[in-house]
Design a protein around this ligand. Sequence first.
Ligand code: ADP
Length: 273
Amino acid sequence: MGDPSLLKLHVVKPGDKIALKDVDPSAMGNFKSKQDARKLILADHEELIRLQDMMYAEDKHSLLIVIQAMDTGGKDGVIRHVMSGVNPQGCVITPFKVPTPEELSHDYLWRIHKVVPPRRMIGIFNRSHYEDVLVVRVHSLVPKEVWSKRYDQINAFEKHLAENGVTILKFYLHISKAEQKLRLQERLDDPNKQWKFSTGDLKERELWDDYMAAYEDMLNLTSAKWAPWHVIPANRNWYRNLAIGRIIVETLRGFDMQYPQPAEKLDGIVIPD
Ligand code: ADP
């Protein structure tokens, strides 16, 4: 059995300075193999379904899960794994693409704030406001004096959300450059995956080191007590899914939830034929 508290193992402690080159993307915590983790993955999955049902019924908490990664990092895979089987009514997944002209005519948090999950919901951001200090920084889409102020702005925004009842978990899926090459090659070779291939991804790959620098600053400047970043080793899909599933389950357990009491007295009620 592996470390029961992955909440702590992969978190970027606020104030710490992590270097991504020191994080092994193939790490598997204290697990020896996928087989070793299998039972726990299944148990966590059941538990997540149970806890989400209670969260929806209780109507007290909202959970925002932010997922960021390089291309092929496994964002879609995580969402598919973690959310399979949960009540779709209690869950909203929002992908963030290149901003539309309307979105660009507002401040960069406008499109984000609108879709922060309300009470009882789990909201998953597939990419997020962090693109505004990642792709925007790497491609100099705005001047440095604009993007460099965003770290503080994002911290303040997330603190505001947290103080207003939104629990925030942030995951950076950490793959190696060599693993990305394998995954891009697979997309090229497999007719069922070719639709996912874009030559634009190769252009971004050329900027790998710039992205790593931008990711490092993001992790070091915006991991907060109220909105922690987790660096998830993601070369192995099973470990990535296990770690994220565990962290979500541990977080939901911390809500200490209960099903609400019935609104009226139920004693003696007989359902008519
Ligand atoms: P994904 O790769 O997430 O599956 P796409 O292939 O449609 O989906 O890529 C979405 C693109 O939108 C990415 O290249 C991403 O960098 C870009 N994007 C997201 N947010 C922003 C932003 N705020 N400014 C510029 N580009 C952005």
